[in-house]
Design a protein around this ligand. Structure first.
Ligand SMILES: Cc1cc2nc3c(=O)[nH]c(=O)nc-3n(C[C@H](O)[C@H](O)[C@H](O)COP(=O)(O)OP(=O)(O)OC[C@H]3O[C@@H](n4cnc5c(N)ncnc54)[C@H](O)[C@@H]3O)c2cc1C
Ligand code: FES
Length: 279
């Protein structure tokens, strides 16, 4: 159940130049949130900017009622959010459909029929993130680690350069094997993270979770289709209302009968089965 809360910011950090990590107190939101869901945030005090901005839930601490978001400053909304000195934040959430861990499998009718983590599937899991797309994957990995599945999970992280591998350390501390790729070759594989995925798919994993920029996700979906491996991708459509009313976030998908149609990324997604998205 989503809610609207105005609450206090408990910490604010700059993990790398141009990125901001904010933690706020919201116990019921922390309890309800699932990996892959997002919050819709009011960035300014007045009516400018008018629209809220969607930001993924990066981490939750349910015991202490804390929620974290990690975002890149790209425009007016995120710039205001990064420097709002007031110590309060206005959030609506949790919103959207997240990753299908432990829930009814939305992918079971595609590909090999393997189920995602948490549903008794024994195949290995690959989690692949590029750029700021790693933000929601951190929360997913928290949950995977919590259910004792880190040993059968491989994490692939991509960034422009070594300094922007934002969650690498935290994920390694959770006990995951992490492989990295950078566009400039300053850490790990020199090139896109999808190069690492192509190799990892040769080991026939059971399920893949991905989030990142659209060109990366397009390649991920093509690789999964070719390898016959099921997975889910979290798309980042532009959003206005965030609650299914305005249709501004329409995402082109293929329905069960193979016909092209549209779904609203804010309520039907942002996570979709990899085989459904039409790129
Ligand atoms: C479900 C969802 C979850 C998201 N989670 C995160 C997150 O965890 N961390 C994070 O940094 N960002 C996330 N984003 C993207 C974030 O919402 C945008 O960066 C933000 O709205 C930009 O607002 P702005 O006012 O700063 O920039 P604007 O002035 O609105 O735009 C600045 C630039 O960013 C581009 N942009 C704006 N929105 C998006 C978008 N949705 N997708 C791609 N490009 C965009 C614009 O085209 C423009 O070039 C998410 C988006 C969605 C839909
Ligand atoms: S943002 Fe309005 S319908 Fe999705």
């Amino acid at each position: 159940m989503s809610q609207l809360v105005r609450t206090r910011i408990t910490s604010r950090e700059e993990p790398a130049p141009g990125f901001c990590l904010i933690e706020f107190y919201a116990p019921s939101l922390a309890r309800a949130a699932q990996p892959g869901q997002f919050v819709h945030i009011r960035c300014g005090e007045g009516s400018d900017p008018l629209l809220r901005r969607p930001i993924s839930i990066h981490a939750v601490n349910r015991r202490d009622g804390l929620v974290r978001i990690l975002f890149q400053v790209v425009g007016r909304g995120t710039a205001l959010l990064a420097r709002s000195g007031e110590g309060m934040i206005d959030v609506m959430g949790p919103l959207g459909r997240g990753f299908s861990r432990g829930q009814a499998c939305r992918n079971c009718n595609n590909s090999s029929g393997n189920a995602p983590a948490g549903t008794g599937n024994t195949g290995d899991i690959i989690v692949v993130g590029g750029g700021i797309g790693v933000a929601p994957l951190h929360f997913l990995l928290q949950e995977i680690a919590g259910s004792g599945e880190s040993g059968r999970t491989t994490v692939l992280l991509g960034a422009r350069s070594a300094g922007q591998l934002l969650i690498r350390e935290a994920v390694e501390k959770m006990g995951f094997v992490v492989h990295v790729a950078t566009d400039d070759g300053t850490a790990g594989h020199h090139g896109p993270v999808t190069g690492l995925l192509a190799n990892a798919l040769r080991r026939h994993p059971g399920f893949v979770y991905a989030c990142g920029p659209a060109p990366m996700l397009k390649t991920v979906c093509a690789l999964l289709a070719e390898a016959g491996v099921p997975g889910e991708v979290s798309v980042e459509e532009r959003m206005a209302c965030g609650v299914g009313a305005c249709l501004s976030c329409a995402c082109r998908v293929r329905d069960a009968g193979g016909r092209e149609t549209y779904r609203r990324a804010c309520v039907d997604g942002p996570v979709f089965p990899a085989g459904e998205v039409v790129w």
